[in-house]
Design a protein around this ligand. Sequence first.
Ligand SMILES: Nc1ncnc2c1ncn2[C@@H]1O[C@H](COP(=O)(O)OP(=O)(O)OP(=O)(O)O)[C@@H](O)[C@H]1O
Length: 620
Amino acid sequence: MSEAEKNRGGGEKQSSAQNFDKRERFVYQDDDVIEKPFNWKQVARLFTYMKPYRKQLLPLVIAMMVLGTLTRLAIPAIVMLAIDEAIQPVSGEPDKGKLFMYAGLMLGLYIIQWAANTFRIRFTNIIGQKVIYDLRHALFRHIQKLSFRFFDKRPAGSVLVRITNDVNALQDLFTNGVVNLMMDCVQLVGIVIILLAWNFKLGLAVMITVPLMFVVSSALRKRIRFAWQDVRMKQSRINSHLNECIQGIKVTQAYVQEKDNIRFFHHMNTINNKAWNKASALNQTFGPIIELTAAVGTFILFWYGSVLIQQQELTIGLLVGFANYIGNFWEPINRLGQMYSQLLIAMASSERIFEFMDEKPTVGELPNARKLPPIRGDVTFDSIVFEYEKDRPALKGISLDVKAGQSIALVGHTGSGKSTIINLLCRFYDPVQGRVLVDGQDIRDVTIESLRSQVGIVLQDTFIFSGTIRDNIRFGRLDATDEEVEEAAKAVRAHDFIMSLPDGYDTEVQERGNVLSMGQRQLLSFARALLADPRILILDEATASIDTETELRIQEALKTLLQGRTSFIIAHRLSTIRHADTIVVLDHGRIVEQGNHDELMAHRGVYYGLIEAQYRFLSA
Ligand SMILES: Nc1ncnc2c1ncn2[C@@H]1O[C@H](COP(=O)(O)OP(=O)(O)OP(=O)(O)O)[C@@H](O)[C@H]1O
């Protein structure tokens, strides 16, 4: 077996690769299959992105395009004149002077054509790049605003593909495609007019094959379009899978599942490859159809042309001119065929881009949303019902009143709805029924920014961005000074470990902070939250990754952090929430108990059971 084969998954490749089709290990939604008819409205929508450049660069491009096309159309006419008037005049002797004049004219036209094309390509590249930049920017800006529900449904890889591959697929269209399309159309119309004007019968005869070619090629179009859509979908799945594999590489290696992953990737790669080959093969059928049509057209030209010359209805110069124009005629038709494929690829991509662009945030702002003024921190959950998926309620009538400055601990079995309560308070989702009030105001009536900027959240899986430690803490409040950043770090006892890093606060941490321990990342997120100084603070399993010793050290810091703020603390380690003002016990989306530690212990209910179970577990 060759090394390449081994890498692709070994000898059992065929049969096992096919089996993967039936396996459920990696399931990617076919949200990417969009089957809409070819849509000119969408083309028009795509071209609205050219609007900003309509006045600046577009006139230049059009001027260059017209100049280039006119010179191109003029050259065969000059050849015809040179033959009929200078080389072999119908009457009289050959004329050298005229021949030089026509040769000079042709040279001049070629130079003009070259200059016009050079500038046109330069300007179109500039416009194309600007349009792609704008489109990518608009898509990114839009995706940033989309709600959690959108991301729940889509793997990160498929979102990435739309911003990268799909936008790139439009690049060719905007840089050369559109202008070439216009030039080719103008050139074709020009040639048809000239040929019919020169000799109507011959003109008609050589173009007789064109309608036939259109009938055959249009039958192919639909198939080509779907084939390219299929390619994009398969690529999107590969990207989703890649993203997942790279993110989960540690788990894969820990469970020694690399071979399985490689085989699955091989399977996906193979079907992508097949889809691409199919689309590409269909694409290439355009070329031979055009070549065949061109060959028949040329045969008709010389056969019928020589008949007309014999009948003295045509001169040799005209025949050569015709031959030149016919050469120039098939070339744009061939390009239009390719252009059509390019347009199809671009259509498939633009459909996918616009599908995202048309996605509305499920958590939206009312048109008259007010800015939430600086809050005290009272929070009320009023008869909240919520479901992530239809008819599967995650919260079933939650009512809870929290006074400003109180600390609330949310406890309960896994999946009981603790994080969901927090998600609703941050307005990552909206309840199906009921209201969440902050300082007596329904949070749906205020702007999202004014709400979230007053709510701080520290998650167990803290996200560290690539950049310095200082930048990461400053993420809490971008205008904080270096001193404020350091003060926040000192308050949460992060300063010492930061100073032990090679460049202290200026140490670069890689994306996701892989060079830091979980506990260190956690401390950074505490500093980040402290710097943001929110009135409401949420700690979702925030101390789970901190060892008991560090935890003891930061308990004091946490006291400072929580002081004067309304806080919601979710912790499985129940020792950490013992001092909360109110402990809320959840079970299957309902509040089943509520009170302080002593009250709930005396009650000997669910909370008591949880404490007992944890105590037994720790002492076992
Ligand atoms: N994005 C989601 N899409 C669909 N269902 C979800 C989603 N997030 C949570 N759920 C479901 O909602 C229910 C409550 O989940 P939630 O995350 O609030 O539980 P939790 O009490 O915080 O659990 P844990 O202690 O394990 O973090 C669970 O049944 C869970 O499967």
